[in-house]
Design a protein around this ligand. Sequence first.
Ligand code: SF4
Length: 490
Amino acid sequence: MVDVELDERLKEECGVFGVYAPEENAARIGFFGLFALQHRGQESAGLAVSDGEKVRLRVGMGLVNQVFDEVTLDSLPGHIAVGHTRYSTTGASVLKNAQPVFCQSTVGEIAVAHNGNLINARELRIEMELDGEKFEGTSDSEILARIIVRNLDRGAETAVSEVMRRAKGAYSVTVLTPTMLIGFRDPAGIRPLVVGALGKDGYVIASETCAFNPVGATPLQELEPGEMVIIDSRGMRVACGAKADCKAMCLFEMIYFARPDSEMYGTTIYSARERMGARLSIEHPAEADIVIPVPDSGIPAALGYSRESGIPFREGMIKSRYIHRTFIQPDQRMRELGVKMKLSPLVDHLVGKRVILVDDSIVRGTTTKQIVKLLFESGATEVHVRITAPPIKHPCFYGIDMATTKELAAAKMTLPELENYLGATSLGYLSVEGAMNAVGRPHNSFCTACFTGKYPVEVPSDLTKASLEELADVGEIATLSRSQLRLLEI
Ligand code: SF4
């Protein structure tokens, strides 16, 4: 899928990072860790750093390298850090959404970075307020932070177990106390979280292993659903916070969100996507001259499709790699150019060719429609669209900002209607089974809710994407504590 600013895109809500490095500058390691997780969130970034006594925080709007520079990193001394990159759920690019969340506790200041969505945030908030808790807002991340704060004097294990007992939904979290780094993953393991080793006594925790290489860390283990890791001067220990009732890793991480060089579920994402492409060619063959990817995310699957089908792989479009770095808004005429602002066709590869176009997903269908049109305008005689994500028909309540059901192309159109809408010669989606088989894990290891409507963690019947957004709207204030306001700079 092309993440054209001007068009549809699925938005992962966050990447989280944590580092405990006794001999090193944690802010600098945190910066490069977040930089590697930039694909998981590009609207704001933040780091909280502890020198063993004092916790300092910096958050700001924009890309990681816009929020931090040499001066700001130097103002964050210490050997423990947690960091966060995010998209806002509501589309509003506001500083109030930035994390880590900062709270006072009996053991000092703590900072919390959260990836995912709680589905019982309202109930928890009401319950905790009745119990005397004072909130500065209503974001679900603040709720997690305040449950931890309330229980931290009974030990980190107890505090995290209490979160897992009460919070429902998706949460992969890193927590910083003045002397400790904690990571934990919800009992269904919906969002990823992995631990790595850094040098002699150091550790890192990240949403994805792609954050390890740039800081010289090596993967140790993926946290299992319901597990926590606690790192302090005594070393690292892994403990169970809650019994995992199911394994339900987001299948979309494997299809689109995670970076291709990351490893999850014992495979590199790149290889899993190649296998998805190969299965797609078996499930939906087509007679054609070339297989082309939608760059860059469709490349591994297109290679897999090509290899399995024997149809040559060619690049059909070149993506402008730096367009996301411009902050100049296009005018209306340029906005109407749509994907042309980001993709240029390689006309001599396309003229007179029957093309198989491989992409990872269709959300609203508007981008795919524009790409199909671009290929025909460039001389292709047939365009067979092949998609590695099964049809997306249901909303996600676990941390992916996708369209509401009535905006999802596959929910409102039959396959022939969608094929017609796209203007494609043919359209084929990989099956849910095909995608899971390509990863190589048992079928009960995944969340497939946006494809199948089967939600692994029961979603209250009155919970809608709109109500989550409403909560996030009100909660924008919550993600900024008074302490943050004091320390914040933009
Ligand atoms: S509903 Fe879809 S996007 Fe959301 S966690 Fe499940 S598989 Fe991932």
